[in-house]
Design a protein around this ligand. Sequence first.
Ligand SMILES: N[C@@H](CCC[C@H](N)C(=O)O)C(=O)O
Length: 278
Amino acid sequence: MKFTKMHGCGNDYVYVNCFQETVEHPEEVSRRISDRHFGIGADGLILIKPSEKADFEMDMYNADGSSGAMCGNGIRCVAKYVYDYGLTDQTSISVDTKSGVKYLDLMVKDGRVEQVRVNMGAPELTASRIPVLSEAEQVIGRPVEIGGEEYRYTAVSMGNPHAVVFVEETDCLELEKIGPLFEHYSGFPDRINTEFVKVLDDRTVQMRVWERGSGETLACGTGACAVAVAAVLNGVVKGNQVTVKLLGGTLQVEWDREKNLVFMTGPAAVVFDGEINL
Ligand SMILES: N[C@@H](CCC[C@H](N)C(=O)O)C(=O)O
Protein backbone atom coordinates (compact mmCIF):
# COMPACT_ATOMS: atom_id res chain seq x y z
CA MET A 1 0.00 0.00 0.00
CA LYS A 2 1.39 3.38 -1.02
CA PHE A 3 0.78 6.04 1.63
CA THR A 4 1.73 9.56 2.71
CA LYS A 5 2.28 10.39 6.34
CA MET A 6 1.06 13.92 7.11
CA HIS A 7 0.35 16.03 10.15
CA GLY A 8 -1.67 19.05 11.21
CA CYS A 9 -0.12 20.60 14.35
CA GLY A 10 1.47 17.23 15.15
CA ASN A 11 -1.80 15.28 14.87
CA ASP A 12 -0.40 12.68 12.46
CA TYR A 13 -2.25 10.27 10.19
CA VAL A 14 -1.38 7.90 7.39
CA TYR A 15 -3.15 9.08 4.23
CA VAL A 16 -4.03 6.72 1.39
CA ASN A 17 -5.06 7.87 -2.07
CA CYS A 18 -8.03 5.60 -2.80
CA PHE A 19 -8.22 6.86 -6.39
CA GLN A 20 -5.26 4.48 -6.80
CA GLU A 21 -5.35 2.08 -3.83
CA THR A 22 -8.02 -0.17 -2.36
CA VAL A 23 -7.92 -0.67 1.39
CA GLU A 24 -9.79 -3.70 2.64
CA HIS A 25 -10.54 -3.88 6.39
CA PRO A 26 -9.49 -0.26 7.15
CA GLU A 27 -10.20 -0.75 10.91
CA GLU A 28 -7.55 -3.48 11.09
CA VAL A 29 -5.14 -1.56 8.82
CA SER A 30 -5.50 1.52 11.05
CA ARG A 31 -4.63 -0.46 14.19
CA ARG A 32 -1.57 -1.98 12.48
CA ILE A 33 -0.09 1.06 10.82
CA SER A 34 -0.74 3.40 13.78
CA ASP A 35 1.46 1.36 16.14
CA ARG A 36 4.52 3.51 16.89
CA HIS A 37 6.81 0.49 17.38
CA PHE A 38 5.54 -2.19 15.01
CA GLY A 39 3.81 0.02 12.40
CA ILE A 40 4.35 3.35 10.62
CA GLY A 41 3.37 5.31 13.72
CA ALA A 42 0.32 7.58 13.62
CA ASP A 43 -2.84 8.72 15.39
CA GLY A 44 -4.84 6.79 12.77
CA LEU A 45 -5.64 6.25 9.09
CA ILE A 46 -7.32 8.58 6.59
CA LEU A 47 -8.59 7.39 3.23
CA ILE A 48 -9.04 9.96 0.45
CA LYS A 49 -11.83 8.70 -1.81
CA PRO A 50 -13.88 9.79 -4.83
CA SER A 51 -17.27 11.21 -3.86
CA GLU A 52 -20.60 11.73 -5.59
CA LYS A 53 -21.64 14.45 -3.12
CA ALA A 54 -18.47 16.57 -3.03
CA ASP A 55 -15.07 16.95 -4.72
CA PHE A 56 -13.56 14.29 -2.41
CA GLU A 57 -14.49 12.07 0.53
CA MET A 58 -12.52 11.72 3.76
CA ASP A 59 -12.93 8.40 5.61
CA MET A 60 -11.06 8.46 8.94
CA TYR A 61 -10.11 5.83 11.53
CA ASN A 62 -8.62 6.28 14.98
CA ALA A 63 -5.57 4.31 16.15
CA ASP A 64 -7.84 1.72 17.82
CA GLY A 65 -9.65 1.13 14.51
CA SER A 66 -12.84 3.00 15.47
CA SER A 67 -14.31 5.37 12.93
CA GLY A 68 -14.33 9.15 13.47
CA ALA A 69 -17.13 11.08 11.77
CA MET A 70 -14.98 14.20 11.46
CA CYS A 71 -11.32 15.18 11.85
CA GLY A 72 -10.34 18.86 11.76
CA ASN A 73 -6.60 18.38 11.38
CA GLY A 74 -7.16 15.51 8.97
CA ILE A 75 -9.39 17.46 6.61
CA ARG A 76 -6.78 20.25 6.26
CA CYS A 77 -4.22 17.58 5.31
CA VAL A 78 -6.67 16.07 2.79
CA ALA A 79 -6.87 19.54 1.18
CA LYS A 80 -3.09 19.78 1.02
CA TYR A 81 -2.80 16.26 -0.39
CA VAL A 82 -5.31 16.67 -3.21
CA TYR A 83 -3.75 19.98 -4.30
CA ASP A 84 -0.05 19.16 -3.88
CA TYR A 85 -0.39 15.68 -5.46
CA GLY A 86 -2.35 17.02 -8.45
CA LEU A 87 -5.85 15.61 -7.79
CA THR A 88 -7.23 19.14 -8.17
CA ASP A 89 -6.05 22.60 -9.23
CA GLN A 90 -8.86 24.34 -7.32
CA THR A 91 -8.15 26.34 -4.16
CA SER A 92 -11.75 26.09 -2.90
CA ILE A 93 -12.87 22.50 -2.49
CA SER A 94 -15.57 20.42 -0.80
CA VAL A 95 -14.97 17.23 1.15
CA ASP A 96 -17.67 14.80 2.23
CA THR A 97 -17.34 13.31 5.73
CA LYS A 98 -19.57 11.13 7.91
CA SER A 99 -20.77 14.39 9.45
CA GLY A 100 -21.63 16.05 6.15
CA VAL A 101 -19.91 18.05 3.40
CA LYS A 102 -17.29 20.59 4.55
CA TYR A 103 -15.98 23.53 2.49
CA LEU A 104 -12.28 24.45 2.51
CA ASP A 105 -10.14 27.32 1.24
CA LEU A 106 -6.50 26.58 0.51
CA MET A 107 -3.75 29.18 1.04
CA VAL A 108 -1.00 28.40 -1.45
CA LYS A 109 2.60 29.63 -1.37
CA ASP A 110 5.20 28.71 -4.00
CA GLY A 111 2.77 26.18 -5.46
CA ARG A 112 2.19 24.35 -2.17
CA VAL A 113 -0.64 24.51 0.35
CA GLU A 114 0.54 25.98 3.65
CA GLN A 115 -2.64 26.88 5.54
CA VAL A 116 -6.22 25.77 5.12
CA ARG A 117 -9.41 27.46 6.31
CA VAL A 118 -12.27 25.07 6.95
CA ASN A 119 -15.93 25.85 7.35
CA MET A 120 -16.59 23.32 10.12
CA GLY A 121 -20.35 23.91 10.15
CA ALA A 122 -22.58 24.57 13.14
CA PRO A 123 -21.66 23.35 16.61
CA GLU A 124 -24.23 20.95 18.10
CA LEU A 125 -25.12 21.80 21.70
CA THR A 126 -28.17 19.60 22.27
CA ALA A 127 -27.08 16.97 24.78
CA SER A 128 -29.01 14.06 23.26
CA ARG A 129 -27.54 14.75 19.81
CA ILE A 130 -23.90 14.99 20.97
CA PRO A 131 -24.59 12.49 22.68
CA VAL A 132 -24.17 13.01 26.43
CA LEU A 133 -26.68 11.89 29.07
CA SER A 134 -28.15 14.94 30.76
CA GLU A 135 -31.46 16.13 32.20
CA ALA A 136 -30.72 19.64 30.94
CA GLU A 137 -31.05 20.24 27.19
CA GLN A 138 -27.53 21.71 27.00
CA VAL A 139 -24.45 21.01 29.11
CA ILE A 140 -22.58 24.28 29.71
CA GLY A 141 -20.20 24.34 32.69
CA ARG A 142 -22.12 21.55 34.45
CA PRO A 143 -20.60 19.52 37.30
CA VAL A 144 -19.75 15.85 36.80
CA GLU A 145 -17.95 13.43 39.11
CA ILE A 146 -15.44 11.26 37.30
CA GLY A 147 -12.85 9.07 39.04
CA GLY A 148 -13.82 10.53 42.43
CA GLU A 149 -13.08 14.15 41.33
CA GLU A 150 -15.57 16.88 40.49
CA TYR A 151 -15.12 18.64 37.15
CA ARG A 152 -17.24 21.19 35.28
CA TYR A 153 -17.64 20.46 31.60
CA THR A 154 -19.27 21.83 28.48
CA ALA A 155 -20.49 19.39 25.84
CA VAL A 156 -20.15 20.27 22.14
CA SER A 157 -20.31 18.17 18.99
CA MET A 158 -18.35 19.33 15.97
CA GLY A 159 -19.53 16.25 14.09
CA ASN A 160 -17.93 14.22 16.88
CA PRO A 161 -18.44 14.48 20.65
CA HIS A 162 -16.31 16.70 22.92
CA ALA A 163 -16.25 17.43 26.66
CA VAL A 164 -14.45 20.71 27.38
CA VAL A 165 -13.07 21.22 30.91
CA PHE A 166 -11.51 24.53 32.00
CA VAL A 167 -8.64 24.02 34.44
CA GLU A 168 -6.04 26.18 36.21
CA GLU A 169 -3.07 24.29 34.73
CA THR A 170 -2.68 21.80 31.89
CA ASP A 171 1.04 20.90 32.29
CA CYS A 172 0.66 18.89 35.47
CA LEU A 173 -2.43 16.92 34.41
CA GLU A 174 -2.17 13.14 34.57
CA LEU A 175 -3.88 12.77 31.21
CA GLU A 176 -3.02 9.05 30.85
CA LYS A 177 -5.11 8.51 33.98
CA ILE A 178 -7.93 11.06 33.62
CA GLY A 179 -8.38 10.81 29.83
CA PRO A 180 -9.59 7.18 29.74
CA LEU A 181 -11.94 7.84 32.70
CA PHE A 182 -13.68 10.58 30.67
CA GLU A 183 -13.57 8.55 27.45
CA HIS A 184 -15.37 5.59 29.05
CA TYR A 185 -17.63 7.45 31.52
CA SER A 186 -21.16 6.01 31.53
CA GLY A 187 -22.72 9.43 30.77
CA PHE A 188 -21.03 9.45 27.34
CA PRO A 189 -22.75 6.66 25.37
CA ASP A 190 -20.50 6.96 22.25
CA ARG A 191 -17.34 7.63 24.32
CA ILE A 192 -15.93 11.16 24.04
CA ASN A 193 -12.95 13.37 23.16
CA THR A 194 -11.92 15.50 26.16
CA GLU A 195 -10.13 18.86 26.12
CA PHE A 196 -8.52 20.31 29.26
CA VAL A 197 -8.15 24.04 28.77
CA LYS A 198 -6.27 26.87 30.47
CA VAL A 199 -7.33 30.43 29.63
CA LEU A 200 -4.21 32.51 28.86
CA ASP A 201 -5.92 35.82 28.09
CA ASP A 202 -9.26 37.03 26.77
CA ARG A 203 -8.50 35.79 23.24
CA THR A 204 -6.10 32.89 23.81
CA VAL A 205 -6.42 29.46 25.38
CA GLN A 206 -4.06 26.53 25.76
CA MET A 207 -5.30 22.93 25.66
CA ARG A 208 -4.38 19.30 25.97
CA VAL A 209 -6.61 16.65 24.48
CA TRP A 210 -7.41 13.02 25.15
CA GLU A 211 -8.88 11.69 21.92
CA ARG A 212 -11.45 8.95 21.77
CA GLY A 213 -9.76 5.99 20.12
CA SER A 214 -6.25 7.46 19.96
CA GLY A 215 -5.30 8.70 23.46
CA GLU A 216 -3.35 11.90 24.01
CA THR A 217 -2.52 13.57 20.71
CA LEU A 218 -0.53 16.74 20.00
CA ALA A 219 -3.62 18.47 18.59
CA CYS A 220 -7.27 18.00 17.70
CA GLY A 221 -8.94 20.31 15.17
CA THR A 222 -12.54 19.50 16.06
CA GLY A 223 -11.42 19.74 19.70
CA ALA A 224 -10.00 23.24 19.17
CA CYS A 225 -13.33 24.30 17.61
CA ALA A 226 -15.31 22.79 20.51
CA VAL A 227 -12.99 24.63 22.93
CA ALA A 228 -13.54 27.98 21.17
CA VAL A 229 -17.33 27.48 21.29
CA ALA A 230 -17.17 26.45 24.96
CA ALA A 231 -14.91 29.44 25.77
CA VAL A 232 -17.47 31.84 24.25
CA LEU A 233 -20.41 30.10 25.97
CA ASN A 234 -18.65 30.18 29.36
CA GLY A 235 -17.68 33.84 28.92
CA VAL A 236 -13.95 33.23 29.39
CA VAL A 237 -12.97 35.04 26.17
CA LYS A 238 -14.03 38.35 24.63
CA GLY A 239 -15.48 38.28 21.13
CA ASN A 240 -15.79 35.25 18.92
CA GLN A 241 -12.22 34.71 17.65
CA VAL A 242 -10.03 32.43 19.71
CA THR A 243 -6.37 31.48 19.33
CA VAL A 244 -6.01 27.88 20.49
CA LYS A 245 -2.52 26.74 21.48
CA LEU A 246 -2.01 22.99 21.36
CA LEU A 247 1.05 20.87 22.14
CA GLY A 248 1.89 20.64 18.41
CA GLY A 249 0.96 24.10 17.14
CA THR A 250 -1.64 26.85 17.03
CA LEU A 251 -5.08 27.03 15.41
CA GLN A 252 -7.24 30.08 14.81
CA VAL A 253 -10.94 29.51 15.40
CA GLU A 254 -13.81 31.87 14.72
CA TRP A 255 -17.43 31.23 15.68
CA ASP A 256 -19.62 33.38 13.41
CA ARG A 257 -22.62 33.76 15.73
CA GLU A 258 -24.89 35.30 13.10
CA LYS A 259 -24.51 32.39 10.69
CA ASN A 260 -23.78 29.94 13.53
CA LEU A 261 -20.76 28.56 11.67
CA VAL A 262 -17.32 27.71 13.03
CA PHE A 263 -14.23 28.42 10.92
CA MET A 264 -10.84 26.88 11.68
CA THR A 265 -7.54 27.97 10.08
CA GLY A 266 -4.27 26.10 10.46
CA PRO A 267 -1.32 24.36 8.83
CA ALA A 268 -0.96 21.03 7.05
CA ALA A 269 2.34 19.28 6.33
CA VAL A 270 3.76 16.21 4.62
CA VAL A 271 6.20 14.12 6.67
CA PHE A 272 7.11 11.46 4.08
CA ASP A 273 5.78 9.17 1.34
CA GLY A 274 6.17 5.43 1.73
CA GLU A 275 5.03 1.95 0.84
CA ILE A 276 4.13 -0.86 3.26
CA ASN A 277 3.43 -4.57 2.79
CA LEU A 278 0.22 -5.43 4.60
N1 LIG B 1 -7.90 14.45 15.67
C1 LIG B 1 -9.14 14.74 15.10
C2 LIG B 1 -10.35 14.02 15.61
C3 LIG B 1 -10.28 12.52 15.29
C4 LIG B 1 -11.52 11.73 15.65
C5 LIG B 1 -11.76 11.64 17.12
N2 LIG B 1 -10.73 10.96 17.85
C6 LIG B 1 -13.12 10.92 17.34
O1 LIG B 1 -13.16 9.69 17.52
O2 LIG B 1 -14.14 11.61 17.35
C7 LIG B 1 -9.34 16.22 14.82
O3 LIG B 1 -8.35 16.88 14.47
O4 LIG B 1 -10.47 16.70 14.83
